[in-house]
Design a protein around this ligand. Structure first.
Ligand code: DAH
Length: 342
């Protein structure tokens, strides 16, 4: 057989066998059959070279090497392609840098709220919640705030417009009195006392309240209050001051001094403004006093049997003091550059 034709046939057969093989063991069989050093078909062809005439030899030799190289290269290429496991494309590359986990954090006001709840819980006060959408009874009447009181002025509160049905009938909400966004957390006092016997009662409630104020560095239309209420057979003004002093000391640190200034609230008698001494300054914390007998009567308690104190403090002020924040609006702008700092 013509050696060149034999080489061409070999090449064709080898490449076809390589193409047909689909895995490494099959390719190894092909390799042994065609390129095997001992009995491979290329080995047989090599003996043909020996028989070639001196003129044929250089051409034949070159052709032999080219075929050998081409078949070897095809075999190697196929081997790497079948060696790649099918999962390679979807496998996780463990050498790649990971996606950083973005850690969230609590809003500074929420942090303050949680801290206050923790402190008061340690003093034995149960943490309760109250509705932000409230009726006039719980926000005003029950708290001894009469109808003509300026605090009930529609311009000083967010009353809800009465909804109407399709036929124009007023659709009365819940208790058939007008509803408003609560203007103080004191509504929780009434809600708790209505539901419980004066057994004693010892609760705090922290939450949002709403008033249509002009917004500036110290005022917002929505802000947070901490309400406290303690009812029992012998709760006094001294108990009130002790609790507030311990609270201030727990939050601000040191042996905080608390002072009372006479004041007036419809739901307490006597009423006081509470100040705390902080870095040689007196800071206003909020209002407090002994629960007015009218309030106790309104919720069905006997003012001859029990007394109690109540207090209502602003939250933002504490948080601003602690962190040196000088503008309340920063809390509500949701700017992560600000919020990330806490
Ligand atoms: N509710 C009052 C306010 O928003 C604060 C307050 C004063 C609450 C005296 C009380 C209290 O419980 O006893 O201004």
């Amino acid at each position: 057989m013509d050696p060149l034709a034999a080489l061409a046939e070999f090449e064709q057969a080898a490449l076809a066998a390589i193409a047909a093989a689909t895995n490494a063991p099959a390719l190894e069989q092909v390799r042994i059959e065609f390129l095997g050093k001992k009995q491979g078909r290329l080995k047989d062809l090599q003996s043909l070279l020996g028989k070639a005439t001196p003129e044929q030899r250089p051409v034949l030799g070159k052709r032999f090497n080219d075929v050998k190289e081409a078949v070897t290269a095809a075999l190697e290429a196929k081997l790497t392609s079948v060696a790649k496991p099918a999962v390679a494309a979807t496998a996780i590359d463990l050498t790649l840098p990971g996606t950083p986990i973005e850690l969230g954090r609590l809003h500074p006001i929420t942090q303050t709220v949680r801290e206050f709840q923790g402190i008061m819980a340690r003093f034995g006060f149960e943490v309760v919640d109250g509705p932000e959408l409230e009726d006039e009874w719980h926000n005003f009447d029950g708290l001894n705030i009469p109808l003509e009181h300026p605090a009930r002025d529609p311009l000083d509160n967010f009353y809800l417009a009465a909804a109407c049905t399709a036929t124009g009938e007023p659709m009365l909400l819940r208790s058939q009195t007008s509803m408003l966004l609560r203007s103080q957390t004191s509504n929780v006092q009434i809600r708790v006392m209505e539901q419980r016997k004066p057994a004693p009662v010892r609760i705090i409630s922290v939450g949002r309240v709403y008033r249509p104020d002009d917004i500036d560095a110290t005022h917002h239309v929505m802000f947070h209050q901490l309400e406290g209420l303690m009812i029992g057979p012998d709760v006094t003004m001294a108990s009130l001051k002790s609790v507030l002093r311990m609270f201030a000391a727990a939050y601000l640190g040191g042996d905080s001094e608390v002072r009372f200034r006479p004041s007036f609230f419809p739901f307490t008698e006597p009423s006081v403004e509470v100040d705390v001494r902080w870095k040689d300054r007196w800071l206003e914390l909020g209002g407090a006093g002994m629960v007015d007998p009218n309030v106790l009567t309104a919720v069905g308690y006997d003012p001859e049997q029990v007394t109690g104190f109540a207090f209502g403090l602003g939250i933002a002020r504490f948080c601003m003091l602690r962190h040196g924040i000088d503008d309340i609006r920063l809390f509500y702008q949701n700017d992560v550059r600000f919020l990330r700092q806490f």
